[in-house]
Design a protein around this ligand. Sequence first.
Ligand code: SF4
Length: 326
Amino acid sequence: MHRVFSGAQPSGELHIGNYLGAIRNWVALQADHECIYCIVDLHAVTQPYDTATLAPRTMDMAVGLLASGVDPSRAALFVQSHVPQHAELMWALNVVTPLGELERMTQFKEKAARQESVPAGLLNYPILQAADILLYKADRVPVGEDQLQHLELAREIARRWNARFGVETFPEPQPIVSRARRIMGLDGQAKMSKSLGNTIGVLDSPDDIWTKLRPAVTDPARKTRKDPGNPELCNIFTMHGALSSPEQVAHVDAQCRSAGWGCLDCKRLLADNMIAELASVRERAAELGARPAQVRQVLAAGAERCRGIAEATMGEVRDVMGLAKR
Ligand code: SF4
């Protein structure tokens, strides 16, 4: 059975972009893979953040993931900083990672350009991502297209490690590329992201979902109700593709191209389907939110299991590096 590793940022709010782009796939993978899912708080601290809210946001993300269908009886769910071997392996991988590879990462260049003083953690972020995966010798990693470059670097780091020490410590992880099209933010400008304020949260109420969806950007060709549109250029249509039945998607396509209906009609159908899909998620989240001790217990059990796997890998790593026995 393939072992899968994937991580989610502790952003607090799990939004519909995360849910449709990644988390529904996480839930599906549990059926026939050994899954290890991690809330990556050590990654989150490489950007400016609020120390007072990091822990609550981590817990909220755990609630969102469990409510969305991550099943602790089939997958390990834990918080990255609760398994200190992630940071330890990152240091070991530092010694085989070329600086030039880190400097050419697209995400590093974009994020560094927005900061006056660039912390080393931002540059080394992909080494920690490689450590996350290689610590568990995961051979499958679900990724969106924007993460393929980082996964390729993790594969390169595994190859370099194995070549440097003449051992096969790490398998090269293979991507499971999501076929879901990327969900843009409601402003239509950028990827859906909590920091950009262009999201719909999976725990939003039906009224909030409609309030946010109503003014969302659509195909600019539909200036008036009579102008035909191009559904393939519209983020609302992308979400229909993920949430509506094939018959409904075909109907949306035809109505859009013929100006048979207005964008509000189209959004109302999407809102109804989104509300129906998320009803059970909201219900489970309310139950879990009332039992934080149970959530902490799930995370503790996940971390304990993962520390066992991680320590076995680190034993091998310390040996091949020639470090003195403890
Ligand atoms: S009708 Fe629907 S798919 Fe077409 S532009 Fe409007 S919201 Fe988008």
